[in-house]
Design a protein around this ligand. Structure first.
Ligand code: GDP
Ligand code: MG
Length: 440
């Protein structure tokens, strides 16, 4: 995305401010990213309109390219829209505090009920009672009971034949009598939002008057997210959203859609089937996921301060050609040393798990940077350009020249190979418009 933006804005460098026509051209790309991430159409439209208004007329900063600047404006706006600070689940009320879990069938209600109960028990020392009001699916109540045993949280004893409202009343009564702090009510879902479901949920809500009503929603929900969220909010007045399956490969556009139409915070994020797989919501992460650029914005911020722009441009050109020799690796090492360690930088880049592994093995620190640079310094320009010529006797000479062992030289060469390969892959991705261009 930012690669394309960079192109669009290249001609703009010497002009004073971001112009409407230029911003609009960039926004076409942003719009593509939003729709690809399954952000609902009306939400995407409004977002684009707002950001365009904000971006037009902004002074072009000298220190960054206009492309980077727009990426940052877009990203910041999205983070703000997603809700800048994370909000946790509130239990600050007279116990037993009822928490009602609602959502479509299969969205992850029962799983999330267990996860939240476990978290409240372990992290906040709450005495939690769980009850399943799902009388639709035969094994639903049993499912919650088994979960409860697994995580050590009490569940309301099952009495067959009771209606959801009766079960809810029984749960609240039992909790009062037995001194529970929190009652988690897991409801039945439907495949689609329907009147029947809403009536059932509303009856429960009216009875228990929940302190939190959490809409559990699959992050892979596409255009339907707006409808689901606004219906539930209208009918039962949700207090927050739990977004599940963020471990999948969806881009999380649903988060933006739901937040936009309800104004209700996304409180927690499910990241797997296990009971531990529950995390705080990080707006920045979801924003960059939607925009498909890894944590490019923080990278841009960090890089702005340290990377020599000319150097970066040279590197980008080489990468585009698909060549990455030891000379390049040396300047890369120097930049990385400046940027506070390779691990820090790599963590910000998407798709570099492999190099990271290789680096963890060689336990990267500043000393390692110095040693790697020394090894490359001991090579001739020809050797740097064509590492293939490095035979045993040359390696020996280089090792002696830089005060390391031949094994160290080999390690560096292996790392270089890995990096060259990754650079190639990144170039390919970049050409397909999915990756940031670090050169701006
Ligand atoms: P419910 O019908 O809303 O109660 O949905 P369930 O809680 O029974 O979950 C349906 C399926 O989704 C189960 O197989 C869960 O293990 C799975 N699931 C729930 N949350 C997550 C999540 O965050 N990530 C992944 N990968 N699977 C999840
Ligand atoms: Mg369920």
């Amino acid at each position: 995305l930012s690669d394309k933006l960079g192109g669009i804005f290249d001609g703009l460098k010497r002009r004073g401010a971001l112009k409407e026509s230029d911003v609009q051209a960039a926004m076409r790309e942003v719009r593509m990213a939003l729709l690809e991430a399954d952000v609902a159409l009306p939400v995407a439209k409004k977002f684009i309109a707002d950001v365009t208004k904000e971006a037009v007329g902004q002074k072009v900063l000298k220190s960054v390219s206009p492309g980077q600047q727009v990426v940052k404006i877009v990203n910041d706006a999205m983070v703000e829209m997603l809700g800048s600070e994370s909000q946790s689940i509130s239990t600050a009320s007279v116990p037993p505090v009822p928490i009602l879990m609602v959502g479509l069938q299969g969205s992850g209600k029962t799983t999330s009920t267990g996860k939240i109960a476990k978290r409240l028990t372990e992290k906040e020392n709450k005495k939690v009672l769980m009850a399943s009001l799902d009388t639709r699916r035969p094994a639903a109540q049993e499912q919650l009971k088994i979960l409860g045993e697994q995580i050590g949280v009490k569940t309301l004893p099952i009495i067959t034949g009771q209606q959801p409202v009766e079960i809810a009343r029984r749960a609240m009564d039992a909790a009062k009598l037995q001194g529970f702090d929190v009652v988690m009510l897991d409801t039945a879902g439907r495949l689609h939002v329907d009147a029947d479901l809403m009536t059932e949920v509303r009856m429960v809500r009216d009875l228990v008057n929940p302190h939190e009503t959490l809409l559990v929603a699959d992050s892979l929900t596409g255009q339907d997210a707006v409808n689901v969220a606004s219906e539930f909010d209208k009918q039962v007045n949700i207090t927050g959203v739990v977004l599940t399956r963020m471990d999948g490969d969806g881009r999380g556009g649903a988060a933006l859609s739901m937040r936009a139409v309800t104004g209700k915070p996304i409180k927690l994020v499910g990241t797997g089937e296990k009971m531990e797989a529950l995390e705080e919501f990080h707006p920045e992460r979801v924003a960059s996921r939607i925009l498909g650029m890894g944590d490019v914005v923080s990278l841009v911020e960090k890089a702005q301060e340290t990377i020599d722009e000319a150097e970066a441009e040279k590197m980008a050109k080489k990468m585009a050609k698909g060549t990455f020799d030891l000379e390049d690796m040396r300047s890369q090492i120097r930049q990385m040393a400046k940027m506070g360690g390779m691990k820090g930088v790599l963590n910000l880049l998407p798709g570099v798990g492999k190099i990271k592994q290789a680096m963890n093995q060689s336990s990267v620190d500043d000393k390692v940077f110095k040693r790697q640079e020394a090894i490359i310094n001991s090579m001739t320009p020809q050797e740097r350009a064509k590492p293939q010529v490095l035979n045993a006797s040359r390696k020996k000479r280089i090792a002696a020249g830089s005060g390391v062992t031949v094994a160290d030289v080999n390690k560096l060469l292996k790392m270089h190979k890995q990096m060259a390969k990754t650079m190639k892959q990144m170039t390919k991705l970049q050409k397909s418009g999915r990756m940031p261009n670090m050169g701006g």
